[in-house]
Design a protein around this ligand. Structure first.
Ligand SMILES: [Zn+2]
Length: 412
């Protein structure tokens, strides 16, 4: 039988999941392991069981829903994404990959296909960094990128550790066993909205990711000297905010002069102490997010920022402390998975663009342990992480169809 996506059902499921939220519609807020998130997780598990999949959860709450193949012991073909959402987000980030993946599996079943290797839907736990300050916690543990010990002690804003929170959420077992064995997956595909404007601009319905840019993320603390805004004369000042201003511009210059469009650097948080109109800033805490598809290039930009920081510190007599939060390596997507995606597009007569993923997803970490690919669909104006995030029904269905076709290819 023909491979066909049930677009109406898929869209109604996206709406149903969006309604499980802590924000007023159309906004979606689903912070991991809150009662709302637990309700959404139970809802997903019920949909997977309804589809006849064998469901299990690991100790961090990654959900695995498996369609067992005829070669049940062979490495599986995986697909999936996440359902947690940052405050005031949209309906599609992550969800398209989870519900699109589920519908792809159902479509394959309806078509009469029997997979040789098992096909597994994976719903990654705690992809967004909202609660524990680090993104992709579930896939970092699955891939061994983060150790169980380091994960267990991460804390949320209320001081509750990952260990406490997951236990309260009913997840038992040890985090030690979350890491997947070698050759668990023979291939993995994440379907995701682009979260950028390129597909829409190119009027191309699908994007096959070649490489994924990865961020290094740092905290910077600048300590100067405070004082009365009237009393301390300019030559005597060690104004931490003036030093921060100079450093922020040096960061921009380092990213711009790196000679590559793929180098991007952002200072997204800048907190000034004590924060009073008539008080000289004594301290500034800021963050730096620096990304590239090329690790050496990203490191060289970081080094030039650090050199600038040393000279600003000496000139302004302030101390500048750097703390590395994480530095993930960028990745190239697996040729065999890219080829399966491209073949599937051609087979259905869909145009596609080969592109760089500038946001990163769980697939970045899964790529450390399995041949991995990412398939993008357009989203309006490139908007994401906001309530007006939107992907057109036909684009979602097209993505799910190409995903299904590719899963068929890889699991045959
Ligand atoms: Zn996402």
């Amino acid at each position: 039988m023909k491979l066909e996506i049930d677009q109406r059902r898929l869209l109604s499921e996206i709406e149903a999941l969006a309604a499980i939220s802590d924000a007023e519609p159309p906004a979606v807020t689903r912070i991991v392991f809150t009662p709302t998130d637990l309700k959404a997780r139970a809802w997903i598990i019920a949909r997977c069981e309804e589809a006849g999949l064998a469901v299990r959860q690991d100790a961090i709450g990654n959900i695995f829903a498996r369609w067992v193949g005829t070669a049940a012991a062979a490495p599986a073909v995986g697909t999936g994404s996440h359902i947690d959402a940052i405050p005031n987000a949209g309906k599609y980030d992550g969800v398209v990959g989870v519900l699109g993946g589920l519908e792809a599996i159902r479509a394959l079943r309806r078509s009469g296909f029997r997979p040789r290797t098992s096909i597994e839907l994976l719903v990654f736990a705690t992809e967004e960094p909202t609660r524990f300050g680090i993104g992709c916690l579930g896939s970092r543990l699955l891939s061994g990128t983060l150790s169980a010990e380091a994960a267990a002690i991460l804390k949320d804003r209320d001081g509750q550790s990952v260990e406490e929170v997951r236990r309260k959420a009913g997840l038992s077992g040890s985090l030690q066993y979350v890491k997947l064995p070698a050759m668990y997956y023979k291939g993995f595909i994440e379907l995701h909205i682009e979260q950028g404007p390129l597909l829409e601009r190119a009027q191309t319905p699908l994007g096959i990711v070649k490489s994924i840019a990865a961020p290094a993320s740092l905290r910077i603390a600048i300590e100067g000297a405070g004082g009365h805004a009237g009393g301390v004369l300019m030559p005597d000042r060690k104004d931490a905010l003036c030093a921060a201003a100079e450093l922020i511009l040096a960061i921009e210059t380092a990213a711009r002069s790196n000679g590559a469009a793929d180098t991007v650097a952002t200072v997204g948080i800048c907190e000034v102490f004590p924060g009073a109109v008539n008080s000289i800033p004594s301290r500034v805490d800021m963050t730096l997010d620096i990304r590239d598809t090329d690790l050496a290039r990203r490191d060289s930009a970081r080094q030039s920022i650090e050199r600038a920081s040393q000279s600003i510190s000496a000139k302004r007599q302030v101390s500048i402390q750097w703390e590395l939060v994480n530095a993930d390596a960028p990745t190239e997507c697996a040729p065999e998975v890219r080829e399966a995606l491209a073949d599937s597009c051609r087979r259905h007569g869909f145009q596609f663009l080969e592109m760089v993923s500038r946001a990163y997803h769980d697939s970045l970490f899964i790529s450390r342990i399995a041949p991995t690919g990412t398939l993008f669909i357009p989203c309006r104006n490139g908007y994401s992480h906001r309530p007006d995030e939107y992907a057109a029904p036909e684009d979602i269905a097209r993505g799910a169809l190409v995903l299904a076709e590719s899963l068929r290819k890889l699991s045959s």
